[in-house]
Design a protein around this ligand. Structure first.
Ligand code: 5RP
Length: 233
């Protein structure tokens, strides 16, 4: 059984008629988005905000009505993938380079669900390189500061060129390893001029859905920073 697929499809059971959804990015989110397309075909009324240009074009193909981030006040439910997550719901996201849009969508959402295969749940995050979105202007100086903090930055490349995000910026991947001092990294990196956002998502989800060989495992997070609204309960 494809773990990403079962997790992605299971998450759509939390979608209710009339919701504004945040659509994540990546190979797990792909299955969720396909299923959202089916729900719409079957008459459900949903609108969505995409977290990347690739998700936007898939959503258009599937005739999912889209809203821009500035057209919404809140998002009812955001569903997205994750690169690594620990037992306290600290996560690394941005493997696909969409971390900034993913974070703004998650922070506007009344409920956040992360979907994944079993490999994403780890004892401590940091093995997966932590993506940081930075401005192109002065990027070498940002890298130098990250080096000075011994955070092992590597500019992300796409073939021979520097990878450019949907926002026109660069990504630096920090090869930190475990154990990672999350608060220390967060505080250091966010203070650097030129850093736009990090892929550290600290306790931002309400629920995780893990695809397993026999189905799905769901873990609820009652201490999430995201507060639910009553409307869709
Ligand atoms: C993209 C992301 C993805 O959610 C993350 O990389 C997980 O991807 P996948 O589901 O393909 O393993 O953060 O920026």
């Amino acid at each position: 059984m494809d773990q990403k697929r079962v997790a992605g499809e299971k998450s759509t059971e939390y979608i209710k008629n009339g919701m504004i959804l945040g659509l994540g990015t990546g190979s797990t989110a792909y299955y969720m988005i396909k299923k959202v397309g089916e729900l719409i075909k079957n008459g459900m009324e949903i609108k969505a905000v995409a977290t990347s240009k690739s998700t936007e074009s898939l959503a258009r193909e599937l005739k999912i009505p889209l809203l821009s981030i500035d057209e919404v006040d809140r998002i009812d439910l955001a569903i997205d993938g994750v690169d690594e997550i620990d037992n306290e719901f600290n996560a690394i996201k941005g493997g696909g380079g969409a971390l900034f849009r993913e974070k703004i969508v998650a922070s506007l959402a009344n409920e956040v669900i992360w979907i994944m295969d079993e490999s994403k749940l780890v004892d401590g995050i940091g093995k997966f390189p932590l993506p940081v979105e930075i401005l192109p202007y002065g990027y070498k100086h940002v890298i130098k500061e990250l080096q000075d903090y011994s955070l092992n930055p590597k500019i992300r490349m796409k073939e021979e060129e520097i990878f450019v995000t949907d926002n026109g910026n660069y990504i630096v991947d920090l090869h930190i390893g475990t154990p990672m001092n999350i608060n220390d990294v967060y505080n250091k990196v966010n203070r650097i001029t030129g850093v736009i956002e990090t892929g550290l998502f600290i306790n931002m989800c309400n629920r995780i859905i893990i695809g397993t060989s026999s189905g799905t495992k769901i873990i609820n997070n009652s201490n999430s920073k995201n507060v639910k609204m009553e409307q869709f309960r």
